[in-house]
Design a protein around this ligand. Structure first.
Ligand code: XMP
Length: 516
């Protein structure tokens, strides 16, 4: 079943901003998907896109074996917008020439528009100079036959081009980035004016079609879903529940590594407010017994991941004849992007979604098409509380990887108390939603201090606050000193066993966000 009839397709040539293009199109309430640049023409045509965007990319069209989409695409009659590399590829495939520019153009540039049609509908031609963002070493030197220049900048005489009759458009700059102030206007003109789309992709329409599709797929069968309390699994469960009600059972594993009050909050909300069936399995002893004496981060991660799967499988078996498994997979996980070449495994991630294939259950992944902020919107529309929707990411292995060294009840207790203070102070200062994550880490060392007249020899808490957009890279947050001061003095005064707080000022890379 096709949930989204009107689509824009982005062909990815490896740009850092490919996902951003899709986000910008979706902000116009038009559904958009990303495919690798070399996707078969037949497959693309079968999708029946209203328009196609060729992304930028790190290569040159004059490289020995440059990434190319099928040139026949340009004859398909489907409107095509090439961005940077995409525009150069259109130029090359249509018989024009692309050369190394005398001067690389990087950063802000001023565009003079010479057109009032197509992507420049509503623009002021001639002397008006619009701010755009450039990032290229090559430029269009010789126009292909049938094309005209529609915009120019100082270093790119052909910064925007279009075919006189065919719906083929190219821009040398990046309309998807915020520094291109006219970017939204251009993309809006493209999807509505050039491609003729309707702004009909809304989260409510997504919920309606998704719920109907799940209902149809599940019929009278049983579905299980792992619930962690995180946004993705909560929204997945809520959507499936809306579709199939009591046919869904959620399993929540209390691994003893949760934050203070977390288990009770999650259960309370889902059971009382949504009527969802949730089985809570008390795995505290199992996890803590297995973790006893283990300090190696990877070993801890594996113990926690396997323990979770074991319990989940046992519970699923008890329920009997379950046919479907709900998972909170998001769109960035499924994009076959060409920009992620050979990423190495730095840490084995444990996600509630990573359940074993041998369970042989059919998957229901209602969030497969969504970006994180869209998932949040769906959650809000489904009535999930804001507090759950805007909570910071929390790793699957929980506090187990925020206690360096041995994980014991005593040390969990210390970290939980410090964690509550960090959260309270961050929320009080209004920074909680501004930073990507803010949390406490318990270090495996003790240091000397003085309290009253007495010497102390106690634990150290490290405070980690980072800014990020996707957790792939991150920088330490410049939290004002007085807020750091309040957090530090509260932890030292209120948490017995801690006499020192330090602030982590490392970025990712080369560090990571979590300490283990
Ligand atoms: P790192 O430490 O790799 O973390 O920079 C990147 C982001 O991922 C979160 N994280 C996890 N999330 N299961 C999860 O669901 C995990 O095993 C896991 N480990 C790290 C981390 O909190 C950060 O947001």
């Amino acid at each position: 079943m096709d949930l989204h009839e009107e689509k824009i397709v982005v062909l990815d040539f490896g740009s850092q901003t490919t996902q951003l293009i899709a986000r910008r199109i979706r902000e116009q309430k038009v559904y958009c998907e990303i495919y690798p640049f070399n996707t078969d023409l037949d497959k693309i045509l079968a999708i029946k896109p209203r328009g196609i965007i060729l992304s930028g990319g790190p290569c040159s069209v004059n490289d020995e074996d440059p990434p190319e989409s099928d040139p026949a695409l340009l004859d398909s009659g489907i409107p095509i917008l090439g961005i940077c590399y995409g525009a150069q590829l259109i130029t090359k495939q249509m018989g024009g020439k692309v050369e190394k520019a005398g001067k690389r153009e990087f950063g802000k540039a001023e565009l003079t528009v010479a057109d009032t049609d197509g992507i420049f509908a509503g623009f002021e031609p001639g002397r008006a100079e619009y701010q755009v963002w450039m990032s290229h070493g090559d430029r269009i030197e010789e126009m292909p036959a049938g094309f005209k220049v529609t915009g120019a900048s100082d270093h790119s005489p052909a910064a925007a081009i279009r075919h006189r009759e065919k719906p083929l458009i190219g821009v040398q700059f990046h309309p998807e980035v915020a520094h291109t102030l006219i970017g939204s206007d251009i993309l809006r003109n493209f999807v509505f004016g050039v491609c003729g789309c309707d702004p009909s992709w809304t989260m409510q329409s997504f919920i309606d079609t998704t719920v109907a599709a799940i209902k149809k797929k599940v019929g009278n069968n049983k579905v299980i879903c792992a619930l962690s309390g995180g946004v993705d699994s909560s929204v997945t469960a809520a959507l499936i529940h809306r579709a199939v009600g009591d046919h869904l059972t959620c399993i929540f594993v209390d691994n003893g590594l949760m934050r203070s009050g977390e288990t009770a909050n999650v259960l309370d909300f889902f059971r009382k407010k949504t009527g969802l069936k949730v089985i809570c399995v008390d795995g505290k002893k199992l996890f803590l017994d297995r973790l006893a004496g283990v300090a190696a981060p990877e070993k801890k991660r594996k113990i926690i991941g396997y323990g979770f799967i074991e319990i989940f499988e046992q519970e699923a078996k008890k329920l009997g004849d379950v046919k479907f498994l709900g998972q909170g997979t998001l769109y960035p996980d499924v994009i076959e992007s060409v920009s992620f070449r050979g990423m190495e495994v730095i840490k084995s991630h444990h996600n509630v979604g990573g359940l074993p294939e041998k369970m042989k259950l059919d998957l229901i992944e209602p969030l497969r098409d969504l970006f994180k902020d869209e998932v949040r919107q769906v959650g809000l529309e489904l009535g999930l509380p804001e507090e759950a929707i805007f909570r910071q990411p929390f790793p699957g292995p929980g506090l187990g990887i925020r206690i360096l060294g041995d994980v014991t009840n005593e040390r969990l207790d210390i970290l939980r108390q410090a964690d509550v203070i960090v959260l309270e102070e961050m929320k009080k200062s209004g920074l909680y939603r501004k930073v990507w994550q803010s949390f406490a880490v318990l270090l495996p060392i003790q240091t000397v201090g003085v309290m009253g007249d007495e010497r102390t020899y106690e634990h150290v808490i490290a405070l980690r606050c980072v800014d990020s957009v996707d957790a792939m890279t991150a920088d330490w947050s410049r939290i004002p000193y007085d807020i750091l001061g309040s957090i530090s003095s509260r932890i030292i005064n209120e948490v017995r066993g801690v006499n020192r707080v330090v602030y982590d000022i490392s970025s990712k890379p080369p560090s990571t966000i979590e300490w283990e």
